[in-house]
Design a protein around this ligand. Structure first.
Ligand SMILES: [Zn+2]
Length: 347
């Protein structure tokens, strides 16, 4: 039994695998960048703006949740803005006790003012290189985008793989947009050895998870909340079995799932059930600005809801690091950081 406090949650070494660059801006930065480019925001004051976006996010619907991104994406159209937000994200995560981070975004959304996909990715990587913690970039294709657009994003991911880009993801509205539409892009990525983590089972059933794993060899799954629909008492359905047997990491984002209506309350989140079933889980922010969360606020909420000990939290962090799309060298270094901190903090 651990008596959790904010201070302890902050001090715990944490690993984040699922954090959207365009969902995690500082509200002050969003307001400043919007003023620079003349983009109209619903509120100009950063505090009011953050509250507005958070209220907008919490409408129990994934597609409504995604509305706030029109503002963040609008200001992320220059190399300077992309680099700044990438660097600040890692600074904020580091200050929150995160020891390794993977950021993600869909570069196709950042070309509205003429940047090429390569320039977008180079800018983000340049900002991340100035960050204080080891990190990797996952590129996203939007499920709802035309096939050619996602294929171009995949080509950029292949070109930058090993140079800061560590993986590829499909994001955006799931319903009516199965991954198989983008089979050509996903197959090319697999062939080039770029690991996949696909948003699946967030707003649509477990068949999305099965598709991601069986058809596309995804090593991680974003959200996967609807895997619970694949459980019938003690009987495990094909999606849960596929996750367990192939050791697929489920990137859980509990608070975000409450906001989009994927689960009713944090206590209803299946993260603990997944752990009991022997699935690998990681704990993630998804969108720090939209969902008004940090890694430590998420850890504190989940640890209290499910009576986690510090050892549980450390096990999740270590497991997340093992599932990170990084080099063995970085993994070894970060494991050492976790071990050092752990000796000071365990009960
Ligand atoms: Zn996400």
């Amino acid at each position: 039994m651990t008596d959790w406090t904010q201070v302890l949650a902050l001090a715990m070494p944490k690993v984040v695998l699922h954090d959207h660059l365009d969902g995690g801006l500082r509200p002050e930065t969003l307001a400043e960048l919007a003023a620079e480019v003349g983009h109209d925001l619903p509120e100009d004051d950063p505090i009011a703006l953050a509250r507005h976006l958070h209220a907008g996010a919490w409408r129990r619907d994934l597609e409504l949740y995604l509305e706030g991104f029109t503002h963040t994406v609008a200001v992320l159209q220059t190399p300077e803005a992309l680099a700044r937000v990438a660097r600040e994200s890692l600074e904020d995560l580091a200050a929150d006790g995160v020891v390794y981070a993977e950021l993600r975004f869909a570069p196709e959304l950042n070309t509205q003012q003429g940047l090429t996909l390569d320039e977008v990715v180079e800018a983000a990587l340049a900002g991340m290189a100035e960050g204080p913690i080891p990190a990797g970039l996952v590129l996203d294709g939007m499920r709802t985008s035309p096939v050619e657009v996602v294929r171009e994003a995949a080509e950029v991911a292949i070109a930058f793989h090993g140079r800061g880009v560590v993986g590829f993801d499909l994001a955006g509205a799931e319903s009516f947009h199965p991954a198989r539409v983008h089979a050509e892009a996903l197959d090319a990525l697999a062939e080039a050895g770029v690991p996949l983590t696909l948003h699946a089972g967030e707003a649509h059933g477990p068949t999305m998870v099965t598709e991601a794993i069986d058809r596309f060899g995804a090593r991680r799954i974003g959200h996967g909340v609807t895997l619970v629909d694949d459980l019938d008492g003690d009987r495990l359905g094909p999606a849960v079995l596929a996750v367990r047997e192939r050791d697929v990491m489920v990137e859980c984002c509990p608070t975000s799932n409450v906001h989009t209506g994927a689960v009713d309350t944090l206590a209803d989140h299946p993260i603990e059930r997944f752990r009991e079933l022997g699935l690998r889980v990681s704990l993630n922010t998804d969108n720090r600005l939209m969902s008004d969360v940090t890694m430590s606020s998420e850890l504190l909420a989940v640890a209290r809801a499910f009576d986690w000990t510090t050892d549980d939290a450390l096990a999740v962090a270590r497991d997340s690091l093992d599932a990170a799309f990084t080099t063995d060298e970085v993994r070894t270094t970060v494991h050492a950081t976790i071990d050092e901190t752990a000796t000071r903090l365990t009960d």
